[in-house]
Design a protein around this ligand. Sequence first.
Ligand code: DSN
Length: 440
Amino acid sequence: MKNLKAVDPQVYELIKKEEERQKEVLEMIPSENYASRGVLEALGSVFNNKYSEGYPLKRYYQGNKIVDNLELLAQDRAKKLFGVPHVNVQPYSGSPANTAVYFALLEPLKDKILGLSLAFGGHLTHGAPVSISGKYFKVIPYHLSDKGLIDHDEVERLAVEEQPKIIVCGATAYPRIIDFKRFGEIAEKVEAYLLADISHIAGLVVGGVHPSPVPYAHIIMTTTHKTLRGPRGAMIMVTDKGLEKDPELPDKIDKAVFPGLQGGPHDNQTAAIAVALEEAGKPEFKRYSEQVVKNAKTLADELLKFKFDLVSGGTDNHLLLIDLTTKKANGALAAYALEVAGIVVNKNAVPNDPLPPFYPSGIRLGTPAITTRGMKEKEMIKIASWINLVIEEIKGEELPKEKESRSYFWKEFRRRVKENERLLEIKEEVRASCSKFPAP
Ligand code: DSN
């Protein structure tokens, strides 16, 4: 980065600091990962400089012969990897991708989406009232059962009663296998489109450690930067089943992405997606995704030994959702204290959470990034014990009920936590452990 250093030492410095931070901590936000240097090089390439509105061989700008080859290559790799006949690799990210699917198929303010409630682990774009999906379309939310599992009977009942045009399956905070077959049957029964949002689990699907939605869903959307380990971006795929239901689906989706929602594609992002797809097709990626799940299961087992309350009782995938209520801890306070100790997770609502989303009862954590660094079961055992020690340190700390007292409490809490010697010791232990597992 010698050019950057010369032209903008401030940004250079910030990048160096972030690089250090990412090396020294346990990155356990389950939607994050370390992209390879190859992916990052493609992302930082001269493809950034090009405009290519349109699609391969149908562009609105000249000079796109090479970009055409690149986009066709990315499409081809995705088609082969997932086993689908049509892929759009242009969505800037997951939210615009889901939005494009809705605008391709639904009439605003009239048609209905049936999606997992945000408060129960769904995504904002699965119909949350604060998102464009909830503002422009009628939304019917479904929920989890008391066991923390998707309530398929409720999904079926709501589908029959409400006749949604799209059923969305997929989640951002769901630790169990998604039963695509059951969702497919429900969608078939009410003649709805089934959209599988596999953003979180795409890498696990590719690695064969989570069932694929391809035989059951009509449309599949995935981001490319989570378990798939690519650049920030997204893809929308149409399956054979989708083509059978609606032969115009590819055209509808493509038109909704461009010119419906987006302008020029980010060709540097397309290049990096192509690289990530190539990497994901290798045998070592299969081993990686297997290890992601093994690590998450080990972490869950170890945390259960410390009597942590895991939503659904454990995990089948890459993530865990911990309800800290029984530990007399708050998710926001716990996430802050864990970060001080070098363990980066995110605060998260748990099903039926009585607390507001900014100070929820739980934390969400996962293994994709630390597995990329080569950590295995042995390290998970240690991580579980560190997490337990951190939570023990902040047990009983309660956020004031009155909003006015919160900012003073936070300031004091942060000061105390930053000076907590036990947490600072753990931070050093984490740093020492991380140094043995180089980040890419
Ligand atoms: N924000 C992402 C996540 O963390 O799961 C979803 O978009």
